[in-house]
Design a protein around this ligand. Sequence first.
Ligand SMILES: O=C(O)[C@H]1O[C@H](OP(=O)(O)OP(=O)(O)OC[C@H]2O[C@@H](n3ccc(=O)[nH]c3=O)[C@H](O)[C@@H]2O)[C@H](O)[C@@H](O)[C@@H]1O
Length: 432
Amino acid sequence: MDSLIPSTPGKFKMEKNSYMHRSRLHSSIAKLTFWSFVFIGIIYIFFFRAPSSYSASLPSDLSRRSLRTYTYGGATWEKRVRSSARIRSPNGVSVLVTGAAGFVGTHVSAALKRRGDGVLGLDNFNDYYDPSLKRARQALLERSGVFIVEGDINDAALLRKLFEVVPFTHVMHLAAQAGVRYAMENPGSYVHSNIAGFVNLLEICKSVNPQPAIVWASSSSVYGLNTKVPFSERDRTDQPASLYAATKKAGEEIAHTYNHIYGLSLTGLRFFTVYGPWGRPDMAYFFFTKDILKGKSISIFEAANHGTVARDFTYIDDIVRGCLGALDTAEKSTGSGGKKRGPAQLRVFNLGNTSPVPVTDLVTILERLLKVKAKRNIMNLPRNGDVQFTHANISYAQRELGYKPVTDLQSGLKKFVRWYLNYYSVGKKAVE
Ligand SMILES: O=C(O)[C@H]1O[C@H](OP(=O)(O)OP(=O)(O)OC[C@H]2O[C@@H](n3ccc(=O)[nH]c3=O)[C@H](O)[C@@H]2O)[C@H](O)[C@@H](O)[C@@H]1O
């Protein structure tokens, strides 16, 4: 079919010329045939090819997200929102936690609630990974009095409404499209959540009165191809190795802008491979556990020349303490009515463990805890966004937030495995 449709008008002219000596009728049939092909071609491209390639690059969960409508409002709903966000301790704060049904979001929300802060969750419950795990986390939070509003950070009307009902003093912004490798499959979802969603949230935060202070999740991946170790906040972060990292880096620059123009107090936290109970099934420690138990082989990446791939795995409870430290030391935003009144706080911290562990050692620990030998398939680190190692310098967070991780990988994984076996009711007797 391609050969029948001229690709350029020039080509068309040449073909048309070759028919000049034929009969007029023949020529008009040829023209008609040609234009029919062009027409059919256009229809094909716009109505069939375009949507399918569009949905391949902006796949299912993004389109599902945009199409999904959430219902909110009404007296009962507002009552639940207010009650969840009510401060119950003398020095408490009221915090809107975005991504509250996510891994870190659930733990942070529960910790804030425990100490008497007002907490309202927001989550779109997308299906990037098993939503039933998010629902289970939601049930857990509900039992401790945290209500999660179902909605998207891109929904300006919803965010405005939430601030109308509750004048939040703080926003803990953890909603994001996470995962390094998935960015190659679904780039649009990273732009949608990590850039557009973040800007939308900041737009609302800058315009409300009083403006909240914002603490938000950046990522260790912003260090990208940086080779200087341990990674310090002052190191270069202009060589991201994945679109995920690029969107988190963009978030840091966007934070700078909103701080500069509107006086929003902003603290970014660069998390280093956070793991633990209620974790994310898309992360290696989680699906390695699942696959080892099933007797399925696992792919363990190694760098060139059998180079070690390592991560500064950081246990969730340590991260939660870092998040609370960031909230507690966050100064007030200085703007009001969308106008800056003075300079405001702008910070970025590493929250890591400062103790990188090779992925092979992670697997050995899991084997011991699960009492099952892994079927190891060693393969080259794919070029899909992964970096060879991460290692946090945490002295700045230590000084400013009192951040001090205390959990080594062995102890943290033990807690994870115990939770995993219990949650998925695995009959095996592992982890003594
Ligand atoms: O700290 C961070 O900034 C990031 O940490 C994780 O990203 P990553 O460290 O790549 O975590 P995993 O996907 O769980 O991978 C952990 C290690 O296992 C390796 N891996 C992963 C998958 C696999 O099949 N085999 C394998 O050896 C990876 O190369 C990596 O070294 C999270 O997924 C990101 O959302 C987060 O921002």
